[in-house]
Design a protein around this ligand. Structure first.
Ligand code: HEM
Length: 189
């Protein structure tokens, strides 16, 4: 196995890790947003925050292994459309991920403060739907990069695929939130 294929295996293993971390984050976010009290919500916030710390490492690894393949003579160059779309996606994933992380940490901090007051742990937690929406948008974006890397289209089609991936992620998040609201209303009678 040559260096190119070692890098490709690292690239794909990193993608498997991304899927695993993403599953943990989405599960914890979902449970946290359905918690009835701050005391119930905080452990889920801790889990999603700890798992999400791996995302920057994952993106750096994808970028580094991808860059190695570009320079290792696989026939690709920095001007190749689908490679450029991959780079755009990595920058977006990092930027949006940092925004989500900052917002989630602020929310968790406010809940911890509230929980430290008498009776605070049994108060209703605050929910931030933007976090879930952006989180699913990032998942849709990452999945669309898999499509782009496999089909290897021209830049314009590659960018269109990324936009479609994000739109599908956002639509999925909105439909989940609506489904949750409807079942909540039904449970309340
Ligand atoms: C979210 C980010 C990324 C994801 C999800 C991703 C996913 C993938 C997947 C699934 C493949 C296998 C495709 C195939 O063999 O047909 C692949 C291959 C590849 N990726 Fe990425 N990638 C990402 C970022 C990048 C970046 C930033 C670069 C370049 C700087 C890059 C360069 C490459 C190259 C050169 C290949 C090898 C293509 C081949 O040999 O057929 N990737 N990527």
């Amino acid at each position: 196995m040559d260096g190119y294929h070692v890098a490709l295996v690292i690239h794909l293993f990193t993608l498997v890790a991304a899927g695993s971390v993403s599953a943990i984050v989405h599960l914890a976010e979902s449970r946290g947003s359905r918690a009835a009290t701050i005391g119930e919500a905080l452990p889920w916030h801790r889990i999603s925050g700890s798992a999400a710390r791996f995302f920057p490492i994952i993106i750096v690894l994808l970028f580094a292994s991808g860059s190695y393949m570009v320079t290792a003579g696989g026939g690709w160059s920095w001007g190749t459309g689908w490679i450029d779309a991959g780079i755009v996606a990595c920058v977006l994933l990092l930027g949006v991920g940092a925004f989500i992380g900052t917002r989630a940490r602020r929310g968790a901090f406010a809940m911890k403060e509230r929980a430290s007051q008498p009776g605070g742990a049994s108060a209703a937690p605050s929910h931030d739907p933007l976090i879930s929406t952006l989180s699913w948008s990032n998942t849709g974006l990452a999945m669309s990069v898999v499509v782009v890397m496999t089909i290897k289209p021209e830049l314009i089609d590659a960018l269109g695929t990324l936009v479609a991936g994000m739109a599908i992620g956002i639509a999925y998040s909105v439909s989940r939130a609506r489904g949750g609201a409807v079942s909540g209303e039904a449970a309340a009678g």
